[in-house]
Design a protein. Structure first.
Length: 367
């Protein structure tokens, strides 16, 4: 298995996407079963080992990548991961593992003795990630790109370490403590990005990266997120958590914001403002700032096509949009949305079906 041999042809299209332009067609990433038999990898005996055994994690992911066909802007990507609360684990929180997810045990019982909110390089999470990226530097070149870890930093880190209800009441009862914690977390997220992009670059990806959304970028790129938005008001977002996101845009070259669920829509005006500010500081070549929104409707709120009016509003606000939809929705999405700044990702039944969807994007591309 080799990385996309036509990656150099894809790059100009992706550079145009980051600029909010159209090169020749709308961006669409389609993956499908390649038709090649998939290697069977026997899992370790325990759930914890299935998450953490380096050999198994690499072999199982590589077996998946090897048996996948990539069309359009789809690219093979490996991202080591201990789950959504990785950032909290790097700060010392312990993780609980289930078969398909993990979470951090709350560690802030009160604000009389808060944690240091510093990356603990003696923690299991740090040691594990360092090992995984060192191994990736040996295994990935010429085969697949390597992405930095999930980054639920800032408010989401506090959410994991404190718990939802206590943190929400803290915004009223202990605002100075929350502000102090966020100040420390702003410094921690800078260290996080500097550390892990350095590790990614050691895999041979100097000058370009790919976040877990599998979108190629010419610089250091990451998916930003704040799932806490569903629980707080725009005023609380601006007062307590906006600055940490702004700090991330200052150290990243490019970013897409993961917006999760209808309860987060009310925060779009502030996100648009963050996009305008960070984009103004970019150079349009490598540094773009926060340029896009990944819209995730949440359980029970699909199909994606029902959100076309919202997606149009995003485009009118000069936001690039990244959406995952079913293959049978692709034609409608391409027809109803501007191709400028549009990135669609979907799955197909076969390589032939995948190529047909790319040709459909070619035919339906429009301003």
């Amino acid at each position: 298995m080799l990385c996309r041999s036509d990656l150099d042809e894809m790059i100009p299209r992706m550079e145009a996407w980051w600029r909010g332009e159209i090169l020749d067609r709308a961006c669409i990433a389609v993956s499908a079963p390649s038709g090649r038999p998939r290697r069977e990898i026997s899992p370790p005996g325990s759930i914890v080992e299935q998450w953490t055994d380096a050999g198994y994690v690499f072999e199982s992911r590589e077996a998946e990548l090897e048996s996948t066909y990539y069309a359009g802007e789809a690219i093979p990507v490996f991202r080591p991961g201990l789950g959504p609360d990785t950032f909290s684990a790097l700060l010392g929180a312990e993780l609980e593992f289930k078969a398909d997810t993990s979470w951090a045990r709350p560690v802030i019982q009160n604000w009389n003795s808060p944690p240091l909110f510093e990356i603990d390089r003696q923690s299991f999470a740090w040691q594990w990630y360092r090992q995984m990226y060192e191994l990736a530097a040996e295994r990935a070149p010429g085969k697949y790109l390597v992405a930095p870890p999930d980054c639920h930093s800032g408010g989401d880190c506090l959410l994991a370490m404190r718990g939802g209800t206590p943190l929400c009441t803290d915004l009223y009862d202990h605002p100075p403590a929350v502000r102090a914690a966020m100040g420390k977390l702003e410094r921690a997220v800078v260290e996080f990005h500097e550390t892990f992009f350095s590790l990614v670059e050691q895999t041979g990806q100097r000058g370009h990266t790919c976040c877990n959304l599998k979108v190629w970028s010419p610089g250091r790129s990451q998916m930003m997120q704040l799932d806490l938005l569903a629980l707080i008001s725009p005023g609380q977002f601006e007062e307590f958590f906006y600055r940490e996101l702004e700090v991330q845009t200052e150290v990243l070259d490019s970013a897409i914001f993961h917006l999760d669920g209808p309860d987060a829509i009310k925060h779009l005006p502030l996100l648009y403002e963050l996009m305008r500010r960070s984009h103004a500081e970019g150079d349009g070549n490598r540094r773009f700032g926060l340029v896009g929104i990944q819209w995730v409707p949440g359980a029970g709120n699909y199909p994606m096509s029902k959100w076309i009016p919202l997606l149009r509003d995003m485009q009118r606000s000069n936001a690039n949009i990244w959406v995952h939809c079913d293959a049978d929705e692709v034609e409608l999405m391409l027809s109803e949305l501007s191709s400028r700044g549009l990135f669609i990702t979907t799955g197909a039944e076969s390589p032939e079906h995948a190529d047909d969807l790319v040709r459909l994007a070619e035919r339906l591309t429009h301003d």
